[in-house]
Design a protein around this ligand. Sequence first.
Ligand SMILES: C[S@@+](CC[C@H](N)C(=O)[O-])C[C@H]1O[C@@H](n2cnc3c(N)ncnc32)[C@H](O)[C@@H]1O
Length: 303
Amino acid sequence: MTKSIIFKTTHASQRSFDGGVFVAAILQSHNLNHQKIMEKISADVYKKIDNNLYNVNGDIWWKPDSVLHLLKTSVNPWRVGYANSIIKRLGIDPQGKTALEVGSGGGILTEEVCKMGFTTTGIEPSEESVQTAANHAKTSGLDIRYEKGTGENLPYPDKSFDFVFCCDVLEHVQDLPKVISEISRVLKPGGVFIYDTLNRTLISKLVAIKIWQEWKRWAFMPPNLHVWEMFIKPEEIKALLLKNGLEWKEHKGSEPNVSIPKMLGYLRKRVKGEWTYADLGKNFQLVESNDMNILYAGYCIKK
Ligand SMILES: C[S@@+](CC[C@H](N)C(=O)[O-])C[C@H]1O[C@@H](n2cnc3c(N)ncnc32)[C@H](O)[C@@H]1O
């Protein structure tokens, strides 16, 4: 069956974005009142995302001057900090507990999960990425089990894990309702699911799609890395979690550590060749904020 999600919307937010209406769009995005029911994405939408870009031979994750390494330098500080704060708040000691990362890529988050003390597994559809992750863990002396597979079909028995992490992946998957149902299935009662993903707002269309990915003046992400229609609104994921026996607890936003004009300046330096991705990663990071318009994180507990 074709995996996809159909976003039924009563609003005009799926119109193509025009840079000329930037200010109006930003103002409007604060007032969007979508009534969406998350079902399937159409095959037409899913075919737009380039999930093949992870299937490249060789290491595309750990070289400091590579776009995916920004997950370590620019995104990890925020999402790992968030995960640590939840673990601390819940009073959980990771030692002796099991954790699964769904969509583990090259292991950039998985290694942090392992360092927290969890007995760690990563599952990832890209064979090449699994290989890179396994090689890197080995050279880092980390004992992580990596496997090839998708979030839609987790090859683990019910109630196998104390924690599941799925970060920067949910907006890439073919069948989000199935992935959430699988994550719920493999979590033990009382187990914790920590995630982050991209919100579907006009601001995320402007920043994450237009500026980061499409407009050549600033873009640093490969074309079709993300598809805006696959982004997920907080209330949509919350509804899916509740439907699958996961007690939703909270959402937290993020924002760049610098102003938007400064961010544009940094991105421009990279485009002009004055800065590498490594320079970008040193200067540009996400930090926790109340702003949920672009990337947000959350957690829930298996009932
Ligand atoms: C942006 S990367 C994030 C990797 C890793 N979670 C991290 O943050 O370092 C997105 C990952 O999602 C994976 N992915 C795509 N479709 C998936 C699916 N159906 N199930 C699990 N992972 C998937 C991709 O192969 C890729 O490794």
